[in-house]
Design a protein around this ligand. Structure first.
Ligand code: RUB
Length: 308
């Protein structure tokens, strides 16, 4: 049994009230801090069991965004102490430092990514990514004027969130349906997307439709930039483990009474050959070279509660 606070966060992540890889990671870490504060465990073993069970419950909510297990692993790795108060304090401190790192990483990444755009450039976006938005925000803060074609992103239309955020930054926004992407690419200087997971071979897992957009852009020589802080690197892919692609409820696609089957995968895999650069808080990388950074940050293969 996990606490009500953890169950509530898990539910909000599963239902996508809380969504996007970085935001999910932050919410899950925050829930572990609440669990640590509220646990009534009276032995260190019971406390550890409570926090681990909470992490497992949060981990189950969405299978694809690797930032979620990475965040939980970082917090659990910071749980130290001989007594319940020591353990409690260590988890709260680990969550605080995780939050600070997440904010700093997104800001540093934005500074790196913002330099990829020139004054007057037009970008095309897919879904809503806070890492991608950080790049635009830095470019705008540096005085560059940008335009954007924003893909709607069926079925959940996260493109509407991006449209609103970009408009508020002063970007000249045009919202387009997903199928119009190829049509507008000749007027685009950069495709800019986020990532839910980056594989050791440099392939990027992101919202369904990213791979088609990147292939189309590549065919038209439009550079594709992926904004992905190192929390999105998936260390288990070093050992050949696949990234699970989440299949969501058919009613997200079809709410009418039509007697056909519906498939609703939430993510797809963009091969590295369609990606020009992955922008991280540690600099920008050709996708194939990210494996070194992955080993530096996570070791060869994490062995933990989330490795099945
Ligand atoms: C969100 C999505 C985003 C990445 C990156 O999918 O694909 O591009 O999560 O986001 P969903 P961020 O809406 O299904 O969660 O850069 O904010 O981590």
């Amino acid at each position: 049994m996990v606490s009500d606070a953890v169950a509530d966060t898990a539910e909000r992540i599963a239902s996508m009230e809380v969504r996007g890889a970085a935001t999910i990671a932050r919410a899950a870490a925050d829930a572990l801090a609440v669990e640590a504060r509220e646990s009534d465990a009276d032995t260190p073993a019971a406390f550890r069991a409570d926090v681990t069970a909470a992490a497992e419950r949060l981990r189950e909510t969405r299978p694809t965004a690797v930032s979620l297990p990475n965040a939980l692993r970082l917090v659990l790795g910071g749980m130290h102490g001989e007594t319940v108060p020591e353990l409690r304090e260590s988890v709260i401190t680990a969550v605080e430092s995780f939050r600070a790192e997440l904010d700093a990483a997104q800001d540093d990444l934005g500074r790196v990514g913002g330099r990829r755009f020139a004054d007057g450039d037009t970008v095309m976006t897919h879904c809503h990514s806070t890492d991608a938005l950080a790049c635009v925000e830095h470019a705008v803060d540096a005085g560059k004027s940008l335009s954007a074609y924003v893909k709607e992103t069926r079925p959940r239309k996260q493109g509407h969130i991006t449209a609103e955020r970009l408009r508020d930054l002063g970007v000249d926004v045009t919202l387009v349906v997903d199928s119009a992407a190829h049509h507008f690419l000749p007027a685009v200087d950069h495709v800019l997307v986020g990532a839910d997971a980056v594989r050791s071979d440099g392939a990027v897992v992101n919202k369904i439709g990213t791979a088609g957009l990147a292939a189309s852009a590549s065919e038209r020589d439009v550079p594709v930039t992926v904004a992905a802080q190192t929390l999105k690197l998936a260390p288990r892919t070093l050992a050949g483990h696949p990234i699970e692609i989440e299949e969501r409820d058919p009613t997200e696609v079809l709410d009418a009474d039509l007697d056909v089957s519906v498939a609703n995968p939430a993510f797809d895999v963009t091969p590295s050959r369609y990606i020009d650069a992955v922008v991280t808080e540690r600099g920008q990388y050709a996708p194939e070279s990210l494996v070194t950074l992955m080993r530096e940050r996570y070791g060869d293969q994490p062995d933990d509660v989330f490795s099945e």
